[in-house]
Write a protein that binds this ligand. Structure first.
Ligand code: ADP
Length: 389
């Protein structure tokens, strides 16, 4: 039997999972996901590629909690030769209290539940599998790893909104997200770009954000109080004049749920193009609105990169990661074309090949592609904390 860590990453409609050996957490022995929860769930396994095990069919209304229970039962039958030693959970919000990963206890679950108003679409789904495991396997250690923790080192000014201090004191600050991805990139940065101190990392996936890192620590980021702020995303608007929301309420009579759906589900690449939230679909479309959506994505990303440079006092390197950042040469080129003044110059052939270094040899500011690995951070933190249990 090999001891493994189960990592769980619950999104708004999905549950991703992986098994990492305790001895080598970077390489999963099993990886898969359940997507389309509460609509039309689909269970799939991507590692190993030739996984022949019978894949379960799920009821259409399967919840996150039920999906986690089914997954544990399925793993008991199909994770042959592997013994789950602990579970590591991705948790979207750790508020101001959780500056690092923690062992899950009933008190911690209660504290995480109290943060639900800060991330109502995600936090309950992160907590549901914790509660289910605590009930069905009370001896299995669990660890919570937060998307916000990495940004607790931000410059105090970068966390502030220009709102009355009383609201700031109530927790209306810029928390930042995608921290597990940034923590992974920070951990491998020295081997990829030795000596780079002032780095901007662009995590460009369905959700997208930037992190300005100084010596591997977050000093500013584009997501704020919620994961709506900053870049254009697959379905989310990103940065918006707050007056737009007042207009929608006062002049258009829109309700709060309608505005929430508009900003989280119907905007971004999907809203602008009217075609798809996926960059890959837009790149293969010849519709002019698809091109507008891509151009806006690149323009806004370049503008936000420029906006983070004062927090660093200069730029030593630019890093692309996540689905779009790792795979879309055209998007990287579109963003970098607007950053020549900052010393970013791509090598077109290297960019087209998705090389690790995509900038020309004489570029003052190198640009790199580094695949992210949030699961490895969750597994690594879980192993570290188990040592302290
Ligand atoms: P999530 O935030 O859901 O984890 P991902 O990091 O998987 O998202 O990124 C999904 C995005 O990456 C989608 O917009 C998808 O179209 C895009 N993407 C993935 N592969 C490619 C590719 N080869 N070319 C262009 N875009 C791609």
């Amino acid at each position: 039997m090999t001891d493994v860590i189960l990592t769980l990453n619950a999104g708004s409609s999905s549950l991703k999972f992986a098994l990492h050996p305790v001895a080598a957490p970077l390489i999963p022995v099993l990886r898969g996901k359940i997507t389309g929860l509460k609509r039309a769930p689909v269970f799939s396994v991507s590692v190993p590629k030739d996984h022949g095990a019978d894949i379960p069919t799920l009821a259409l209304d399967t919840t996150h909690e039920q999906a986690a229970a089914l997954l544990l039962r399925w793993l008991a039958d199909h994770a042959g030769g592997h013994h789950i030693k602990a579970v590591g959970h991705r948790v979207v919000h750790g508020g101001q209290a959780f500056t690092q990963s923690v062992r899950v206890t009933p008190e911690i679950v209660a504290q995480l539940a109290a943060l639900t108003p800060l991330a109502p679409l995600h936090q309950p789904h992160n907590i549901a599998p914790m509660r289910m495991i605590a009930q069905t396997a009370p001896d299995l250690p669990q660890v919570a790893c937060f998307d916000t923790s990495f940004h607790t080192t931000q410059d105090p000014l970068a966390k502030l909104f220009a709102l009355p201090k009383a609201l700031t004191d109530q927790g209306l600050i810029r928390y930042g997200f995608h921290g597990l991805s940034y923590a992974y990139i920070a951990s491998v940065l020295p081997e990829h770009i030795p000596g780079a101190s002032r780095v901007i990392v662009a995590h460009l996936g369905n959700g997208a954000s930037l992190c300005a890192m100084k010596d591997g620590k977050s000093v500013a980021t584009t997501m704020g109080f919620t994961a709506l702020d900053g870049l254009v995303m697959g379905r989310r608007s990103g940065r918006l004049d707050p007056g737009v929301i007042l207009h929608l309420v006062q002049q258009k009579g829109m309700s709060v749920p309608e505005i929430e759906t508009l900003l989280y589900q119907k905007s971004g690449l999907l809203g602008v193009s009217g075609i798809s939230n996926a960059m890959q679909d837009l790149e293969t479309s010849d519709h002019p609105d698809a091109k507008t959506a891509i151009d806006l994505f690149c323009f806004r990303a370049a503008s936000e990169i420029a906006g983070l440079i004062p927090a660093l006092g200069g730029l030593d390197a630019l890093v692309f990661t996540a689905g779009i950042g790792e795979n879309s040469a055209a998007t990287r080129a579109g963003i970098c074309a607007r950053l020549g003044w900052a010393g970013v110059r791509l090598d077109g052939a290297a960019n087209a090949r998705h090389d690790a270094c995509i900038s020309s040899a004489d570029a003052p500011c190198p640009a790199h592609v580094i695949p992210t690995n949030e699961d490895a951070v969750i597994a690594g933190d879980t192993i570290d904390l188990m040592g302290k249990i």
